[in-house]
Design a protein around this ligand. Structure first.
Ligand SMILES: Cc1cc2nc3c(=O)[nH]c(=O)nc-3n(C[C@H](O)[C@H](O)[C@H](O)COP(=O)(O)OP(=O)(O)OC[C@H]3O[C@@H](n4cnc5c(N)ncnc54)[C@H](O)[C@@H]3O)c2cc1C
Length: 466
């Protein structure tokens, strides 16, 4: 995985726009470049594309969309959305990038609906931490797998060539950083070299590379990695070899609600709507409403690195509207008990402590009070029967990456753009600031799909000589 001199390139053929990675970013980029009239080839290392996109819940935040207006949300705007992104990152991210993505994502979803018949709807019922409006969009199936399947079908219909089992191994570049081609290896050990007019890095981040995680995110070095194994930091290494700038490498999306040991995501909606987390000793330990990303650190900091989400039948019914929660139920991760004492016994928690903790939660909910962690209890009190699921914290995906401009062009430290290199999604620097607490839910697919479209449009222009 390296950079080679362009003079060594022995390409049998060439693609005007070459994309590495067939996740949300790569496929949206490919569709955008096709819409601009360019031939596009996507290289995907896996036999069948999945990426982190297919593992995701598939919720995409977007502001001022027609789907929001259809349900009466007519006071959202890209500026309001960008302000939420910047605030969640404690003003430590790049406000220009936040504004760029917040403005681009709504039109991107509407274009996918209009040009490629990919329908979206707004998730109703609760607001994710840090969002000031209901703005999470999803395809009707409400899974990342369905989103990816729809993008793949659209790409095929649009004439995008997706080469699978094709791992980009190294880039050929001129001395000025212009990328002339890519060396691709196949599972049988064979290799070929493909030329390109412009190259889009859509191969996500470095969550799957233990050494890079240990270097940049030491707090998650031993944590469960819940993203796609193919996210090996290739964009970061190639970018470095070409003189690109990378930033915020300590940023990531964590999650403090992965059913353990079942390994299924438990929706944070349970905790936003009245549920609580307790540790192995039966104590609450933080404000669950700060966000599910930083929850990874909070939960891993508890004894044995585990916690229990505790909630009731009302919230269990809400959970059942999510595909991954239904999976968790199917594999036996969800426990149910008639009262607190039975719940404590079922979960192996100290009964008296759990009873005291839930009594306090009950009192807070009844007076809609605020606890010592700063959490405001506005939802109805929990009522028996009770439900619990044992969870741990995990690393979902990295948020640091190559610095890009508003066209998703990769920049050098002096702010100049590399001649024909673009990046989006997990390959690019996100808008979550430098650490785990800056992740506003949806920042992942936001950067994948919005930068994807911008990168595809810009790559088409570059390939055409513009
Ligand atoms: C469990 C889970 C739930 C999530 N839920 C959400 C959510 O609801 N909303 C949200 O916004 N975000 C969510 N995320 C984050 C989201 O999945 C990612 O931010 C997003 O999918 C990134 O898209 P991408 O296209 O950049 O990367 P990916 O979808 O990972 O695609 C990258 C592709 O590149 C391929 N690749 C890598 N290296 C090479 C190479 N050298 N050659 C060829 N191919 C290569 C990989 O195989 C992969 O297919 C979630 C993540 C996880 C793990």
């Amino acid at each position: 995985m390296s950079r080679r001199p362009a003079a060594g390139l022995r390409a049998g053929w060439s693609a005007p726009v070459l994309v590495i990675g067939a996740g949300a970013c790569g496929l949206v980029a490919a569709l955008a470049a096709r819409a601009a009239g360019q031939e596009v080839v996507v290289l995907e290392r896996d036999r069948a594309p999945t990426g982190s996109t297919a593992l995701a819940s598939g919720f995409i935040p977007a502001a001022a969309t027609r789907w929001q207006r259809a349900i009466g949300i007519d006071d959202d705007s890209p500026a309001r959305f960008a302000a939420d992104i910047v605030a969640k990152a404690k003003h430590r991210g790049d406000p220009a990038a936040a504004a760029c993505l917040a403005a681009a994502i709504g039109p991107t979803l509407e274009w996918l609906a209009d040009a490629h018949a990919i329908p979206f709807e707004v998730l109703e019922g609760f607001i994710y931490p840090g969002h000031s409006r209901l703005r999470m969009h999803a395809v009707p199936e409400r899974t990342g797998a369905a989103l990816l399947a729809r993008l793949l079908a659209a790409a095929e219909a649009a004439g995008v060539a997706v080469l699978t089992s094709a791992q980009a191994e190294s880039l050929f570049a001129d001395a000025d950083g212009a990328v002339r081609g890519v060396r691709v290896t196949r599972p049988d050990g064979s290799a070929e070299e493909i030329g390109c007019g412009a190259l889009i890095l859509a191969c996500n981040g470095y969550g799957g590379d233990k050494a890079l995680v240990r270097t940049h995110i030491p707090e998650m070095a031993e944590a469960l990695y819940f993203g796609h194994a193919g996210n090996q930091g290739d964009a970061l290494r190639w970018g470095a070899a070409l003189g690109a700038e990378a930033r915020d490498l300590g940023a990531y999306q964590g999650h403090g609600g992965v059913a353990h040991p079942h390994g299924v995501l438990i929706t944070w909606a349970l905790l936003m709507q009245g549920g609580v987390q307790v540790n192995r000793d039966g104590h609450r330990f933080w404000n669950e409403h700060e966000g599910y990303s930083e929850a990874a650190v909070a939960v891993l900091g508890q004894p044995d690195g585990i916690a229990f989400d505790i909630y009731d039948a009302r919230l269990h019914a809400l959970g059942q509207t999510f595909e991954d929660y239904r999976q968790a139920e199917a594999v036996g991760a969800i426990r149910r008990a008639e009262d607190v004492a039975a719940l404590a016994a079922l979960c192996g928690l100290p009964g008296a402590t759990l009873a005291a903790t839930l009594a306090e939660v009950q009192a807070l909910a009844e007076r809609q009070g605020t606890d010592q962690f700063g959490r405001n209890f506005a939802a109805p009190p929990l009522a028996p029967p009770f439900y619990a699921v044992r969870v741990t914290g995990a690393l979902f995906h990295t948020q640091g990456g190559l610095v890009v401009d508003a066209d998703a062009r990769v920049l050098r430290p002096d702010g100049t753009a590399l001649p024909n290199l673009l990046a989006g999604g997990g390959a690019a620097r996100g808008v979550s600031g430098p650490a785990v607490w800056g992740y506003l839910s949806g920042n992942g697919l936001l950067a994948a799909m919005a930068y994807g479209r911008l990168a595809g449009q810009a790559a088409a222009r570059l390939a055409a000589g513009g």
